[in-house]
Design a protein around this ligand. Structure first.
Ligand code: XIL
Length: 592
């Protein structure tokens, strides 16, 4: 290159630098809280066994060194192998921070490795300020996670964790920074890397297989024959085939009082229930402590039941026994010193409540969260559990009886947790003891941990071996990243709809104004539909059949439709029918 052109480039670079310095002189610059990899140390319970770290030189990037981080084997948790930096400074509510690093995969079992970033409290309850999980491509890629601090944190109370506990991979990480942005910078205006999980991609193998299973198991062939008034096949007739109710349950928890109130929010609340669900469950109204504290709850529930019945919305009952003092009415919890009296009170409660709602509720959660709450098991033994199922059966032989627990699907990618094992063994034990269990409830309260779709399918397979329907009873997705919430909610729904043993998914509420985890609500308080609400609606809107077909010369027509209830219309003849997974035949006769 001739000298003069080098000179020109140098001038241009100087000019550029000069102008950017001038700009940054009047705008406050970002403040670097953590500026290099030196701040990070290996950490995590499996790090000695499964983590190997080396510093390597890097060329052609904005940083000269990287850590090569190898994970050996398959650690149980993403946080079992980490690079961790303590954050020495305090943070104030409203501070906008950005975590950034560069990463590339050098070697991995799957196509790409994975890496997580979490800025969290360094002790229980490990509150997350910012969290994301990312694909690490083969090329150097910058990951950026902006987040806003939601409350003050003391100096040295937080950690910045690079999570590396993903199966057999070798990554390189460089250019790590945690910075605080100037006060006028909004987090949502900053670049943000899409958070990911294995199987999030549109053409993932599990997804193709799931869609195939849906086509095979959730749809069936409907054969229609139309005859004229004299009984002859009627050709060329347009038959409108409309699904009125999907057999697979799509449900939500509801609040009886809100269902009944006469105001704008309640009207919107009812409209969403009516348009989006075929199943509901009372979030709190039928819990024993609620009923004991306020007998008016019965009347609230009773007033809402006709509304659901008119719309053919099935109602589940939640919950007969939640076996902890905390979830018993205080007067019953106080009977601890008189176990026979307490056992009798529980038996009476089951009989009375199930009898009261006999024929009106289609199913009951008989036993809730037995892994975390063992007080009653310790007092009475497992035969009491069996007795409770039998009492419920006797009170309403047509109600399906469920056992229900959390910590099954929402355990990240762990396939052998204590919670899962306990639940599996308990179900087997209760069935062996003769408990009339009709279905297995899996709650599904997802916090920050993503369970990869393939892993969820494996967990469902494990619980499918009992040969009973599985119901996701309390789904909510409460991840920090809105886009991930949307992708993950969509994929949980898809996983469940595709699994032949799952017969429905019930969400644990949908409106921020009435949600135990407001961030997980599909609608904001002002009734804006959040991205995961849109993902839910757009997915579920595909699971319907609404077509018009023409009969052939033999008067027949065929439709492959979703399994469920239908209304068929030809001319002014209407015929309701149910399409089961075995397929259906229907004959319609035209009027004169
Ligand atoms: C929760 C409700 O959503 C809250 O409003 C209430 O304060 C506590 O209970 N597992 C269950 C549900 O089985 O009954 C719980 O519901 C959420 C966890």
């Amino acid at each position: 290159m001739p000298n003069w052109s080098r000179f020109l480039i140098a001038v241009a670079v100087l000019f550029f630098l000069g102008s950017s310095i001038a700009r940054s002189a009047d705008a406050p610059a970002e403040q670097v809280l953590i500026g290099s990899l030196d701040a990070f140390k290996p950490a995590g319970t499996a790090v000695e066994k499964a983590g190997r770290f080396n510093v390597v030189a890097v060329e052609g990037q904005k940083f000269e060194q990287a850590v090569q981080a190898e994970t050996i084997g398959s650690p149980e948790n993403r946080w079992d192998v980490m690079l961790q930096a303590p954050l020495p400074v305090a943070l104030a509510k409203g501070d906008t921070l950005v975590g950034r690093f560069w990463v590339r995969t050098v070697d991995a079992m799957a196509d790409d490795g994975m890496i997580g970033l979490a800025v969290e409290l360094n002790h229980e309850p490990w509150t997350k300020l910012g969290e994301g999980q990312y694909n690490a491509p083969r090329q150097w890629t910058q990951i950026q996670l902006p987040f806003v601090v939601d409350q003050p944190y003391e100096a040295s109370s937080l950690n910045v964790n690079l999570r590396l506990g993903y199966p057999s991979q070798k990554l390189e990480i460089g250019g790590v920074q945690l910075v605080k942005m100037p006060a006028d910078v909004r987090a949502d205006s900053l670049p943000r890397t899409v958070v990911s999980y294995r199987g999030m991609e549109p053409d993932a193998t599990w997804r193709r297989e799931a869609l195939d299973r849906i086509e095979r198991n959730r749809k069936a062939d409907l054969h229609i024959v139309v005859r004229d008034a004299s009984g002859k096949p009627a050709a060329g007739q347009a038959v409108h085939v409309k699904m009125t109710k999907l057999a697979f349950a799509i449900g939500t928890a509801v609040d009886a009082k809100l269902m009944l109130a006469d105001n704008d929010s309640s009207a919107k609340y009812r409209a969403h229930v009516e348009s989006s669900y075929n199943t509901v469950v009372y979030e709190n109204d039928l819990k024993w402590p609620s009923l004991a504290a306020d007998p008016n709850r019965y009347s609230l529930v009773d007033q809402t039941l006709p509304w659901f019945a008119e719309r053919d919305i099935a109602v589940r009952g939640h919950v007969l026994v939640w076996p902890a003092s905390k979830w018993l009415p205080p007067a019953v919890a106080a009977m601890k010193n008189d176990p026979p009296a307490m056992r009798q009170a529980i038996a009476d409660h089951i009989t009375q409540l199930v009898t009261r709602y006999k024929g009106r509720l289609v199913e009951w959660d008989v036993l809730n969260e037995p892994f975390n709450h063992r007080e009653l098991e310790e007092l009475f033994g497992r035969d009491a559990y069996v007795e409770w199922f039998k009492l419920a059966r006797a009170a309403d032989p047509n109600a399906r009886l469920f056992i229900n627990d959390f910590g099954i699907l929402e355990t990240g990618n762990r396939l052998q947790t204590d919670h899962q094992k306990f639940y599996e063994e308990l179900i087997a034990d209760l069935i062996a003891r003769g408990a009339p269990i009709d279905g297995i409830g899996i709650q599904g309260h997802f916090g920050s941990a993503v369970t990869d779709p393939e892993k969820m399918l494996a967990i469902l397979d494990r619980f499918a071996k009992f040969g009973k329907p599985i119901r996701i009873t309390e789904l909510d997705v409460n991840m920090l990243d809105p886009q991930q919430r949307a992708n993950f909610l969509r994929d949980v729904m898809l996983v469940c709809f595709s699994h032949p043993s799952v017969d429905g998914v019930v969400q644990w509420g949908f409106w921020e104004g009435r949600h135990w985890l407001p961030g997980a609500a599909l609608y904001s308080r002002n009734w804006d539909l959040r991205p995961h609400g849109e993902a839910f609606k757009s997915l579920v809107s595909q699971w319907t059949t609404d077509v018009t077909v023409l009969t052939g010369p033999d008067g027949s027509a065929g439709v492959r439709g979703y399994v469920g209830d239908y209304l068929l219309t030809v001319g002014d003849v209407k015929k309701p029918m149910t399409l089961t997974s075995k397929g259906g035949q229907v004959e319609m006769e035209l009027k004169q």
